[in-house]
Design a binder for this molecule. Structure first.
Ligand code: FCB
Length: 454
């Protein structure tokens, strides 16, 4: 039996990566194009004009990368599988060479004593499906379930911990409403339609995996705390509630209650459309997750519209009343406020709301890294690990803390301009050099037993 979800007695540690951000090899072994290949080719879409075609070349260097993961002392390796490598046209023909790659990756993970945690969708939709309207087409959800089955059939004997989606909020709202992520569509309420199909895809895939015997199927959400600057401002509190609905409750409502709540439907009337939300859809999603992944980077402070800078992603909350986002210091290089108390609050609230085991599936920080002595990243990680431990002490069933990320990589619309890695990658020759944060993590884990620590 493959290693399952970490048990609750200690906090397990891991590092995370995502296929399009590190693999490169986009034309290799029959991989089909993904929406990120297409989007990145669009002038102006990516800050430095680059793409994931080479990235960290991890498609060829995964052994070296897994040596690094093992040397960091963690026990979990969270990676994602590229759908376009497995089903290049999105439906139909399965590419065995793509499956072979992940087969080797999983074996190489296990041979180093690491536990693999696989995410099935980290945003790289086959372009062929986007050509048929992508996540706005209900058929994409069915196609995802078929793909998930194919992958589980091959790897399920060695991988126990599965996540369907990574941050479906980004896929839906950054992709189809704000247009700042692939496929780059700015169609407002289409974001809600995409969100429903992503949830349906999760539900269908989770059902397939459960039927095949999987017991640890989760979903990874970038839930976020929203803090109104003036809690006595009723209009602000109401507007913030609408934002919270689109970021958080759109996922948690179906997963926990099997419904979209009234506050959400008020800002997202699309989700009341019976042609979109068909009988049985939400019942399928309810109870479908065995665990929940939480990716946390920053809290969001809201203020009356016009009173402060508007968040660049404001279009990603279609239908909500406008609010301003206030970003206090200190901030990381990507402009995200640093406040570890947001993670503690989020973990406690999420466990209370869902009753599920929670994993911090991503947490980390972008800093300019002019030297390899990244003390600011060490401070960030240390404070957020402490926050995770406090959430556990407060009764939240948090099983793991997984660092984002192993390698400096293709950071989506930011290209290679923002570095989150605990390992520096030289883009000229792909040399990997661990930063001080890597040694710090290894030291932190060595101080505790066998990769688990509190
Ligand atoms: C998350 C993504 C991950 C990475 C980090 C910085 O939203 O899941 O791929 O880009 O942000």
């Amino acid at each position: 039996m493959p290693s399952s979800l970490p048990d609750p007695t200690t906090l397990a540690y891991g590092v995370a990566t995502a296929a399009y951000q590190i693999e490169g090899g986009v034309a290799e072994d029959g991989r089909g194009p993904s929406i990120w290949d297409t989007f990145a080719a669009r002038p102006g879409a990516i800050k430095d004009g680059l793409d994931g075609s080479v990235a960290c070349d991890s498609y060829h260097r995964y052994e070296e990368d897994l040596d690094l993961v093992a040397a960091s002392g963690v026990e979990l390796y969270r990676f994602s599988i590229a759908w376009p490598r497995i089903v290049p046209e999105g439906v139909g023909r399965v590419e065995e060479r793509g499956l072979d790659y992940y087969d080797r990756l999983v074996d190489a993970t296990l041979s180093r004593g690491l536990t693999p945690t696989a995410t099935l969708y980290h945003w790289d939709l086959p372009q062929a499906l986007e050509d048929r309207d992508g996540w706005l087409n209900r058929d994409t959800a069915e196609a995802f379930a078929d793909y998930a089955s194919v992958v589980h059939d091959r790897l399920g004997d060695r991988v126990a911990v599965w996540a369907t989606h990574n941050e479906p909020w980004c896929a839906a709202y950054l992709g189809y409403a704000a247009g700042v992520h692939a496929p780059g569509r700015r169609e407002g309420g289409a974001g809600h339609r995409a969100a429903h199909h992503l949830l349906l895809a999760h539900g269908l895939a989770a059902a397939r995996l459960h039927e095949a015997g999987a017991t640890d199927v989760g979903i990874v959400l970038n839930l976020a705390p929203f803090w109104p600057e003036d809690p006595d401002d009723a209009a602000l509190v109401a507007a913030t509630d609408g934002i919270d609905a689109i970021r958080n409750r759109v996922w948690l409502g179906p997963l926990v209650d099997g419904s979209y709540d009234d506050g959400l439907l008020a800002v997202a009337p699309e989700l009341a459309d019976p042609d979109l939300v068909r009988d049985g859809d939400l019942a399928l999603v309810r109870g479908s997750a065995d665990w929940l992944g939480v990716n946390y980077y920053t809290p969001f402070r809201t203020a009356a519209a016009g009173s402060a800078e508007r968040h660049p992603e404001a279009e990603a909350y279609p239908g909500s009343a406008p609010v301003a986002f206030v970003v206090r210091e200190p901030r990381t290089d990507i402009g995200w406020e640093v406040d570890a108390s947001g993670l503690e609050q989020l973990l406690v609230d999420t466990h209370r709301r869902t009753g599920l085991p929670v994993l911090v599936t991503e947490n980390g920080a972008a800093y300019p890294d002019r030297t390899l002595d990244d003390q600011d990243r060490i401070a960030y990680l240390s404070d957020h690990i402490d926050a995770t431990v406090r959430a556990r002490e407060a009764g939240a069933d948090v099983r793991a803390y997984i660092v984002w990320t192993l390698l400096d990589n293709f950071e989506w619309a930011e290209g290679y301009t923002k570095t989150f890695g605990i390992v520096h990658v030289d883009p000229r020759d792909q040399t990997r050099t661990p930063k001080a944060s890597f040694a710090w993590l290894a030291g932190h884990l060595a101080d505790s037993s066998a990769g688990s620590a509190d």
